[in-house]
Design a binder for this molecule. Structure first.
Ligand code: NOJ
Length: 451
């Protein structure tokens, strides 16, 4: 079997990165609205206030998706657009926007996969301590209930959290805010615990209140390693060991965020290593966190490649001179889609969906009015070929979401990095399908046969 018959081909985005209308129709402020007001925090002080203006142009965007043959669309909902204070009063205009968007997608036969939280945390809740507040998981559950009440009649696919590692690391541990106070590692682990608890309560809320049988997943990221030489057994062993390892003073460990969900507890190695920094938690917490989900989503972009020296130590290998790097200076590493999918599938026995993968490239409009991006085509060709190998070997991969449907606001990099299959001119908001967009259309049409 190559890509299975029902394999889902999609693209992904997130609310703050594409919507704009940051101050419109009753939307509350998010921490990203606030961050963007701090001089020097974002490249050239750019903001997501308008970005792709998807809020007003969603029909045009859905039409482009349709033209590209996109089957599934991973989007996120802005929590403060729906609940301006994070909890309490609902904003009907915000709710209505997503109703119209969902209907438009369904009209074009595109299935929405909705991420409930993709980093644009309500400012009002942040001021109450955010994920450090013991009530934070209840706030999240309240918001999820609003999503169920309003959208679950038409939406079946839900993703609780996007890259908890990233927002806990950059939102807490390496906090880059005006106070300049760096939280202790123990507080970071506590925030992480509350985030996992929020995930668990979200799953339970979906199961209880969805108006149809829902499919629920989760989209973590994390440090990944691949064998330097795939034909050398000790390299394979070293990379697998590193992928499943727990490192000191970091929340970027993959299994820290997966074992509790799939195995019902934190990895023992980590509990020992973190010792007194560990938060207090109950068996009941772990039960909630491990509420069954339907698949594991993986956001995978790059990986370190490792080998083993003669004493059995894992060593990171340098890249060959001239290696293919992205516009964010990260090394391309196609093998990661094969090994990552395979190892996490073996460990948790849950279907896999690649919830993000893609590359930032130096794209521009050529004299012919087109955007030629052969590097992105080559990137995707290599990565998807590697994913195909995992499928052929029996790894249960159900879908792939390219990041991103269109160029957008890349957080602290502003608009300087372009990940899209569709080019966005930020002056006119004109969209131009890039060569890679047309190429991806063919991949979808042939279910990956052209790879
Ligand atoms: C991680 C995040 O989920 C997404 O928001 C970001 O734009 C991409 N990956 C690329 O960095």
């Amino acid at each position: 079997m190559e890509f299975s018959k029902g394999f889902k081909w999609g693209v992904s985005t997130s609310a703050y990165q594409i919507e704009g209308a940051a101050l419109e129709d009753g939307k509350g402020l998010s921490i990203w609205d606030m961050k963007c007001r701090q001089p020097g925090l974002v490249f050239e002080n750019q903001t997501g206030e308008i970005t792709c203006d998807h809020y007003h142009r969603y029909k045009e965007d859905v039409k482009i998706m349709k033209d590209l043959g996109i089957q599934v669309y991973r989007m996120s909902i802005s929590w403060p657009r729906v609940l301006p204070q994070g909890v309490g009063e609902i904003n009907p205009k915000g709710v209505d926007f997503y109703n119209r968007l969902i209907d438009e997608l369904l009209k074009h036969n595109i299935e929405p996969f909705i991420t409930m939280f993709h980093w644009d945390y309500p400012q009002k809740l942040y001021e109450k301590g955010g994920w450090l507040n013991p009530d934070s998981s209840n706030w999240f559950a309240e918001y999820v209930r609003v999503l169920m009440d309003n959208y679950s009649d038409r939406v079946k696919n839900w993703i609780t959290l996007n890259e908890p590692q990233a927002f806990v690391r950059w939102g807490h541990y390496e906090l880059n805010d005006a106070s300049g106070i760096k939280p202790a590692f123990s507080e970071t682990l506590l925030a992480a615990h509350n985030v996992l608890l929020s995930h668990g309560k979200a799953v339970q809320t979906v199961r209880q209140y969805s108006k149809q049988d829902a499919i629920v997943g989760y989209a973590p990221v994390g440090d990944l390693y691949v064998p330097y030489d795939e034909d050398v057994a000790t390299d394979v062993e070293a990379a697998k060991k590193e992928t499943f390892s727990i490192k000191p003073l970091t929340v970027f460990n993959s299994i820290w965020w997966m074992d509790p969900i799939f195995n019902g507890n934190y990895p023992e190695e980590g509990r020992k290593l973190y010792g007194e920094d560990m938060p207090e938690y109950s068996d009941e917490d772990m039960k909630i966190i491990s509420s069954p989900i339907d698949y594991l989503g993986l956001n995978m972009y790059s990986a370190k490649h490792v080998s083993q020296d003669k004493d059995g130590n894992v060593i990171e290998m340098p890249r060959e001179p001239g290696h293919f790097y992205t516009h964010m200076d990260s090394p391309t590493e196609p093998k990661v889609l094969y090994w990552g999918s395979k190892w996490f599938y073996d460990r948790y026995k849950k279907p896999i969906i690649i919830t993000e993968n893609g590359m930032p490239n130096m794209d521009c409009v050529s004299a012919d009015g087109c955007v030629h991006d052969p590097q992105r085509i080559e990137f995707l060709r290599r990565y998807l070929t590697s994913l195909k190998k995992a499928c052929k070997e029996g790894v249960d991969v159900r879908g792939y979401f390219q990041w991103s449907f269109m160029d957008n606001f890349e957080w602290s990099h502003g608009f300087s990095k372009r990940f899209g299959l569709v080019y966005v001119d930020y002056t006119t908001r004109q969209r131009i399908i890039k060569d890679s967009g047309y190429w991806y259309k063919d991949v979808i049409r042939t279910n990956g046969k052209i790879l």
